[in-house]
Ligand binder design. Structure first.
Ligand SMILES: NC(=O)c1ccc[n+]([C@@H]2O[C@H](COP(=O)([O-])OP(=O)(O)OC[C@H]3O[C@@H](n4cnc5c(N)ncnc54)[C@H](OP(=O)(O)O)[C@@H]3O)[C@@H](O)[C@H]2O)c1
Length: 314
């Protein structure tokens, strides 16, 4: 019989791509496939509880939405534990900014102080499992994630509650491919990587699935780091699949726009594409799909998830 004590998981970035996918996957798993029998209680963090996406989250079962800013994780925990229930798990994600490292480390530190048992960190791949452990890389937001991972590993080892962690290291998201100017710019920069340099990609829906697996099976995914990759393609290979599925060419910004974005956003986009070309992700698609057979490849993502294909509304 289910115990009355809820199994509370705090999700940061809950209105964003990865956080919302974690919530979807946790709700899909709920009550039929996890290592304990407590009722699921998801606490979704947002800076704006009145936003459309926060309101939509609040209408979902087992989800409560709280206001919080990653600049102050203690205040987030104060809000989350107002009803007296401890937070068991935390999903940590930050956006790329000068604050990323500080916010990421502070969330880990507060989680240890508040007795959290399992922490899932949304990081990013830096060249496969071995290199990711050793090399922060010259890309600022990759290096921030490297430092947050090290902090998480150190704090976990020293935590009185023996907190455990799962580090997710996704490669580039398929979701960067949109029909707007951002997606068109991304497609052009991918194309500018040339015909011989493939890019590794993964769906945020699958990142959410893996995060939910880490929460529901914390023993299996205890203190591991996983590169998550669903496909590996050059832009011209992707173009062929896009045309087959969608029936038109991948929307793409003119060449100078791709170059200008990389020039004017050198520290973020520019350095990242340089790293893709000079170094590159090190995920193993076959191995990854062995562990998680449902991981989408590009064709599947286009058909099932992308904004380029009309699907009947649910
Ligand atoms: N795009 C890629 O291809 C890719 C690949 C690998 C890794 N990544 C990494 O993914 C991360 C971004 O994740 P995402 O794409 O899932 O995010 P996203 O869709 O951009 O959403 C950002 C989320 O963060 C929340 N947020 C932003 N600032 C906050 C703050 N100060 N306090 C509290 N919440 C805050 C937002 O919530 P509210 O607005 O509701 O407050 C929103 O839910 C970045 O670190 C990036 O490097 C991206």
């Amino acid at each position: 019989m289910a115990s009355a004590t809820p199994w509370t998981i705090l999700i940061t970035g809950a209105t964003g791509k990865q956080g919302s996918a974690v919530i979807d996957a946790l709700l899909a798993e709920n009550n039929h496939n996890h290592d304990n029998n407590k009722p699921l209680n998801i606490i979704a963090v947002t800076r704006d509880t009145a936003s459309h996406s926060a309101q939509a989250l609040a209408r979902r079962p087992n989800v409560s939405v709280i206001a919080g800013d990653l600049a102050d994780p203690d205040a987030i925990f104060d809000q989350a534990t107002l009803n007296g229930n401890a937070v068991w798990g935390v999903f940590g994600v930050q956006v790329n900014s000068a604050e990323e490292e500080k916010q990421g480390k502070a969330l880990v530190t507060a989680s240890v102080a508040r007795g959290v048992r399992h922490f899932v960190y949304a990081s990013g791949d830096r060249g496969g499992p071995e290199k990711s452990e050793l090399d922060p890389t010259f890309v600022k937001n990759f290096a921030a994630k490297f430092s947050i991972e090290k902090h998480l590993q150190k704090m976990t080892a020293a935590s009185p509650q023996a907190m455990t962690y799962s580090i997710l290291r996704p490669v580039t998201f398929f979701e960067n491919m949109t029909a707007d100017i951002h997606g068109k710019g991304f497609a052009r920069m991918w194309e500018q990587m040339g015909p011989n340099k493939a890019l590794q990609l993964v769906s945020t829906k699958d990142i959410g699935y893996v995060a939910a697996q880490a929460f529901t099976h914390p023993g299996k995914y205890r203190n591991v780091a996983m590169t998550l990759v669903g496909d590996e393609l050059t832009q011209s290979e992707a173009e062929v699949i896009f045309q087959e599925v969608v029936g038109s060419s991948m929307p793409m910004a003119p060449c100078p726009i791709g170059s200008a974005v990389k020039f004017f956003k050198k520290d973020t986009v520019g350095d990242m594409f340089r790293w893709f070309e000079e170094n590159g992700y090190g995920g193993d698609v076959v191995q990854c799909r062995k562990e998680f057979p449902g991981l989408m490849d590009y064709r599947t993502w286009l058909v099932e998830q992308s904004p380029f294909v009309q699907r009947p509304s649910k």
